[in-house]
Design a protein around this ligand. Structure first.
Ligand SMILES: *Cc1c(COP(=O)(O)O)cnc(C)c1O
Length: 396
């Protein structure tokens, strides 16, 4: 613990205070919403001083805004990063980074459990740059090592992954990748910086869909990337050109949401573990995927590198597609909706929500079974969520 409110020891103190004290226009406790698209210079000499790097200040809204810079400082404090960039969405963070860091005809490695829009970006857009992609099983460092070629630029993976919550041994992966000059990018959306900080394990960049835990209230879309100042600079330059920036209002909501990240994650972690443990003993549940359970293939890694396992629980019911639909429709507390990480519990069947346009055979090939359910706990009481699930299981 230090006396500096910007660099305290505890996550929650950091979540509340970091990044907030650098606005000097007023004595407001909260960071103002700078609702402006541009910033004025008192005279040409001031403009010249700025262009020559003698002053730091804002110029035009696509390059920076004081409200979103407060978000970036808070993210840095939470991730232990030198620099971070805010984007309009998590997808925008991923696509901007790929554009910024992948050379023409370069090679990219991603995991099979990868967000499906990221896969789509790779298949439909990165191919136009001649980028080749190898897909490996998640959490298999040997497969990553085998996939590396001379022109491999990046290894990109979620940790935990969606929907099976596979956990990557980041330090081991970094060792293998850095030996061959490959950068490691971790999408830490499902962990949040409270549960895991991949930069501490040597990852080059961590990204988040801030739409999820960081924002935490199902009321905004945003993305962030964090890393060393050197790693972030080309990405900041790229976002200024590609233009996927957010607005000051959204930045303010994100700042406000992040202040409660510490206590929200405590509740998400407790709820996730309570639900997973309860579901695992239920006869109508075939299998539960949750890294906090000993039955999860990556439990040992997760226990070693994570401080909590998050609020998402994935499980397969002892029934068919229609039975799973009856279960999901029978749950009264969670909303049937995509997304995760907000205060409200959400529920979905991947076979229906994300892969409805595939045949059962195609879904099986992707490892998505028809009775798979993804439950994202909110900050409700675990006992209420469990009682609700119990009555819905009776409807199968
Ligand atoms: C939601 C999500 C994304 C995409 O983020 P958006 O903010 O919706 O653009 C990327 N990665 C993961 C793991 C996600 O859950």
């Amino acid at each position: 613990m230090s006396g500096d409110p910007e660099k305290p020891g505890g996550h929650s103190t950091r979540a509340v205070h970091a990044g907030e004290r650098e606005h000097h226009e007023s004595d407001a406790v909260t960071t103002p919403i700078h609702q402006t698209s541009t910033f004025w210079f008192k005279n040409s000499a001031e403009l010249r001083a700025f262009q020559e790097g003698r002053t730091t200040r804002d110029e035009y809204g696509r390059y920076g805004n004081p409200t979103w810079r407060a978000v970036e400082r808070k993210v840095c404090a939470l991730e232990g990063a030198e620099a971070s960039v805010l984007f309009a969405s998590g997808m925008c963070a991923a696509t901007t980074i790929f554009f910024a860091l992948l050379p023409k005809d370069g090679h990219l490695i991603v995991t099979s459990d990868c967000y499906r829009r990221t896969r789509q970006f790779i298949d439909e857009y990165l191919v136009k740059l001649g980028v080749e992609t190898t897909i490996v099983e998640p959490a298999d460092t040997k497969k990553v090592a085998d996939a590396i070629r001379d022109n491999t630029a990046l290894f990109f993976t979620e940790s935990p992954t969606n929907p099976y919550l596979r956990v990557i041994d980041v330090a081991e992966t970094v060792e293998v990748c850095h030996a061959r000059g490959v950068k490691v990018i971790i999408d830490g959306t499902f962990a949040s910086p409270i549960n895991h900080r991949p930069l501490e394990d040597g990852a080059d960049l961590v990204i988040h869909s801030a739409t999820k835990y960081l924002g935490g209230h199902n009321d905004l879309l945003a993305g962030v990337a964090a890393g060393s100042a050197e790693a972030i600079q080309p990405i900041r330059d790229a976002v200024g050109v590609l233009g996927g920036v957010t607005d000051a209002n959204t930045a303010y909501l994100l700042l406000r949401g992040m202040k409660t990240l510490g206590i929200r994650m405590e509740k998400h972690n407790a709820n996730g573990l309570a639900l997973a443990t309860w579901l695992e003993q239920h006869p109508k549940v075939r299998r539960v995927y949750y890294p906090g359970l000993e039955s999860h293939p990556d439990h040992t890694t997760a226990k070693r590198i994570m401080d909590g396992y998050g609020g998402v629980v994935t499980f397969e019911l002892e029934t068919d597609f229609d039975g799973a639909v009856r279960f999901v429709d029978g749950c009264k507390i969670p909303y049937l909706a995509p997304s995760l990480g907000g205060v409200e519990a959400l529920i979905e069947m991947p076979a229906l929500m994300s892969f409805w346009d595939r045949t059962p055979e195609e879904r099986a090939a992707l490892g998505i079974s028809d009775s798979l359910v993804r439950y994202s706990t909110g900050i409700e009481e675990a006992a209420d969520l469990i009682a609700d699930i119990e009555q819905a299981l009776e409807a199968i």
